[in-house]
Design a protein around this ligand. Structure first.
Ligand SMILES: N[C@@H](CCC(=O)N[C@@H](CS)C(=O)NCC(=O)O)C(=O)O
Length: 220
């Protein structure tokens, strides 16, 4: 087994890469990084000074692959399986990449902004930034809601990289802005994603840590 994934089961972008690995039963060694542990943090920053995970190491090709989308592209190229997360058709592949960007930039990062602000010390909150992120998240979900009226998956008839991006982004977004309230088709899409065995496994592995997600805004 040549692949090692530096990750944490609670970390949403790691969940995106994990879903892709589980979709194809790709063999890999999970390396859990506890960023709260100084030694583990230092070791990880030595590998990848940007300090964000997931990070994939492939001993067979002697390379490090950061960034969840690039990891999925790498797996599709070098460790393909029966589930084609990047379609062979160039136009469909571009559509998948567009949707992947949409979920990362306008759903995932907006959700992250809202949740990580809750971890800031009193007096250091970015109320303006959080309000902006909530509004962008709402607009993104409005757009998605139109699409999901007629779609099962993000693009085409089978799950792709875009669905791997959607799953954790929508799972945590739902904690910040309950989707059933105004986005019923998006909520139904999230339920489909949660029933997909790959993401169900991701969530089962995150379960012991989920209580660490701050649900309520901190004061200050
Ligand atoms: N664009 C990156 C984002 C990765 C990211 O934000 N990872 C978070 C965990 S979900 C992280 O490493 N946070 C730790 C930190 O910022 O210190 C990707 O797609 O992999």
């Amino acid at each position: 087994m040549s692949l090692t994934l530096y990750m944490h089961p609670l970390a949403s972008f790691c969940q995106k890469a994990l879903m892709a690995l589980y979709e194809n039963d790709t063999p890999f060694r999970p390396h859990l990084v506890d960023l709260g542990d100084e030694a583990a943090r230092d070791a990880f920053y030595k590998l990848w000074p940007i300090g964000r995970f997931p990070l994939l190491h492939d001993a067979a090709r002697d390379c490090l692959v950061p960034e969840s989308s690039i990891i999925i592209e790498y797996l599709a190229q070098h460790y393909p399986g029966p589930v084609r997360l990047i379609p062979a058709d160039a136009d469909q592949a571009r559509e998948v990449r567009l949707r992947d960007r949409f979920f990362d930039l306008y759903v995932h990062e907006m959700m992250q902004k809202v949740i990580t602000d809750r971890l800031r010390p009193a007096g250091e909150h970015d109320h303006f930034g959080v309000a902006q992120a909530r509004e962008k998240l709402r607009v993104a979900c409005n757009l998605l809601e139109q699409d999901m009226k007629t779609r099962t998956w993000a693009v085409g008839e089978s799950p792709s990289m875009a669905d791997c991006a959607a799953a954790p982004a929508l799972f945590y977004a739902n904690l910040v802005m309950p989707l059933d309230d105004a986005h019923p088709h998006t909520a139904a899409y999230l339920r489909r994603l949660m029933q997909r065995p790959s993401f169900a496994r991701v969530l089962a592995e995150a379960q012991p840590y989920l209580h660490l997600v701050p649900r309520e805004p901190a004061h200050g």
